[in-house]
Design a protein around this ligand. Structure first.
Ligand SMILES: [Zn+2]
Ligand SMILES: [Zn+2]
Length: 389
């Protein structure tokens, strides 16, 4: 066993603060951290017209449409011309199993509407065509790389979980990069506001951006390690744990997250504390060969936070596992989709609980320790058929 992750005993690393000032030398870098000179940034910002929120949001969304190919061998010579809207969850199989009349319930679409909805993030109906997509692969590489998990008859194996994991990591990196490109756009939203409001808004944005930068650096490193493993065809550092259920679950999800807490309420890592590298695990909840599978993939030592996370999952009784993975998708991932009739048919209390989960972990507070251990509602009673890892 490894010793506990260093972040558990390290102090919170406060990002360098910003020091808002009403007046400064016009050609010095602005106090807000935009890298623009004050004269062109916060000078007289209170006198500028207010930014229309719709415009701001569409400019930020635009960042997510700037695509590139995430294949380890991507480049002008190997990629096809067009970057496509690649599915993170395969459309046939995965999404098809929960689609009704061309639609799925989307957690992600709800989160994207957070501003319009005054902070609420209720999942909403979304067309299956665009659901779970990102502009993260060229057409050629998307097809070539994921053919083994897209065609019928795919079963769980080290290789298939590696591909699902690779796609999850590529998606998270893409999303983080796009979100960070949105920061300079958000910095404009205090136009027309008095100075104290400008200071508060910029401070909030600054803290948020510093956290995102750190997360991005972690993901860049991680993606490099996956690229190398793929190119060298060396999966010796790669660990998997996956289970196959006896039936199709009403939820699919794909993404990666820091293993902060486990299924028994233990703290594994504390984000923002110390300088040690944080471990992330990829999680796919999808359908292969006509049944739901939950697959974890990670790079990291035996006894590290991700391995401990998976061990706590293994110890759950089989009858609790399908509910546990559904709750995990709500708790940790945005890229989560539900079968509409299932979602709309849930008791209000269950649905509200699920919605509250999709909001947790935002901001600087630690994730609640019992967030995965307390499972008040049995979202599924599906049994376990087989296990890999
Ligand atoms: Zn400024
Ligand atoms: Zn490509």
């Amino acid at each position: 066993m490894l010793p506990p992750h260093p972040s558990l005993s390290a102090p919170f690393l406060e990002p360098q603060p910003i020091y808002p000032v009403e007046n400064m030398s016009p050609y010095k870098p602005c106090w807000c951290g935009s890298d623009k000179k004050w004269k062109w940034c916060h000078k007289d910002r209170d006198k500028r017209p207010r930014i229309k929120i719709g415009r701001l949001l569409s400019d930020m969304r635009e960042q997510f449409s700037q695509g590139y190919c995430s294949h380890p061998d991507a480049g002008p010579e190997s990629c096809s011309q067009k970057i496509i809207r690649a599915h993170t969850i395969q459309r046939r199989g995965g999404l098809a199993e929960i689609t009704e009349e061309g639609h799925v319930m989307s957690v992600k679409a709800g989160v994207e509407d957070i501003f319009e909805n005054e902070g609420r993030t209720a999942p909403k109906l979304d067309g299956v065509r665009g659901a779970s997509t990102f502009n993260g692969f060229c057409g050629f590489h998307d097809t070539a790389l994921f053919r083994p998990v897209e065609v019928g008859g795919t079963t769980l194996s080290l290789e298939s979980v590696f591909l699902l994991t690779f796609r999850a990591i590529a998606y998270e990196l893409f999303t983080k990069r796009a979100a960070l490109r949105g920061v300079p756009i958000q910095r404009e939203m205090d136009s027309g506001a008095p100075f104290p409001i400008q200071a508060a808004i910029q401070n909030e944005l600054h803290l948020n951006a510093e956290g995102m930068k750190r997360g991005l650096a972690d993901l860049e490193t991680l993606k490099d390690r996956y690229d190398t493993a793929y190119r060298q065809n060396d999966l010796s550092e790669f660990s998997v744990y996956a289970i196959e259920f006896e039936e199709v679950l009403p939820v699919v999800a794909c993404g990666a997250f820091h293993t902060e807490i486990d299924f028994e309420g233990n703290q594994l890592q504390r984000l923002g504390r110390g300088k040690a590298e944080f471990e992330q695990i990829a999680f796919n909840l999808t359908t292969l060969n006509g049944v739901s599978v939950a697959a974890f993939g990670w790079l990291g030592g035996i006894g590290g936070p991700s391995a401990a996370f998976v061990e706590s999952f293994k110890r759950l009784p089989d009858s609790a596992k399908s509910t546990a993975v559904i709750q995990l998708a709500f708790e940790q991932l945005e890229n989560t989709y539900m079968k509409p009739s299932w979602w709309l048919g849930l008791p209000d209390e269950w649905r509200n609980f699920a919605i509250s989960k999709t909001r947790s972990g935002t901001g600087l507070a630690d994730r609640e320790k019992g967030a995965l251990a307390n499972r008040p509602f049995p979202f599924s009673t599906a049994g376990v058929r087989s296990v890999l890892g």
